[in-house]
Write a protein that binds this ligand. Sequence first.
Ligand code: ZN
Ligand code: ZN
Length: 277
Amino acid sequence: MLVDSHCHLQDPKFGREIDDVVRRARDAGVTAMVVVGYDMPSSRRAVEIADSYENVYAAIGVHPHDAKTLRPADIEELGRMADSARVVAIGEIGLDLFRNLSPREEQDRAFQQQLDLARSLHLPVVIHSRDADEETHAVLADHAQTARADWPKGRPLGVMHCYAGDLPLALQYVDLGFVISIAATVTYPAAEKTRAVAGGIPLRWLAVETDSPYLPPQDKRGKRNEPAYVREVAQYIADLRGETLAAVCDGTATTAARLFGLGDIGEPAAEQAGEAQ
Ligand SMILES: [Zn+2]
Ligand SMILES: [Zn+2]
C-alpha cells in the first residue's frame, strides 16, 4: 500500500493528462491519492476527479491565499459537497504568513470558519501552515479541545501537510492528534529539520505526499511533480529510518487510511519487500 496524501491533479499543469498521471501512479504502486482543493472551483474539480477514478479521494476547502474570497454561501456549498462519500477532509486551510496573499484577519476568519465546518461534519482537516508555527498551533490546540469531546477515539483530527517545522513542534501536533505529512522537500539539501522530523515521528503518525505538481524530488527539480514520485519520498524516508520500503509504504498508508477513513486501499506491496537497504 502507498498513499499520496496530498496532490493537486486539478492543477492546470496536468491539463488533459490526468488519465496518464493516475496510471503512472498505479504503476508505481500508489494505491490511493487525495486530491486537495485550494479554492471553490478547484474543490469542485477535486470531487469530479475523485468521482472518476477508483481509490482517488477529495479534500475541499479554501487556501489561506484565497481566504479573502470565502463567502458564507461558499461554506454552505462546501457543506453540501461534503455529502459525497468521495470527500474525506476539509482542506487545504490554514495560515500563510510568508506570502500574505490575503490579509491576516481574513486568513484567521476563513481558517476558523472552515475548522468549525469540519467539526460539524466530523471531517478531518488538511492544514497548510507557512511562517506561522505559533499562530497555527494556537488555533489547532483550540480546535482540538472542542473537537475531541465528540471525536472517534484514535482517529486523527487532521494532517499537517508538507510539514516544515521542527521535531519538537511536530511531536506537539501528534499529541494534539495531528498526522505529520512529509513531502519530497525532505530530499532537498537544506532540509535537515525535515529529515529530523521524518526520522523522529512514529510511523503511526506519519504520512507521505507529493503536493504535485509542486515540489518534485531533488533529482527532478525544475520539472513537474506527480503522484508516482511519492514512492521516492517513501524510499528516502525508509533509507533515513533504516526501515524497509514496504514498512514505510504500508505504515504511512495505514496512517492515511485511519486519518481519511479510507476503506480498501489496495493490496499490500509484498513484491517491494526487501528492496530497501
Ligand atoms: Zn499547501
Ligand atoms: Zn497543496
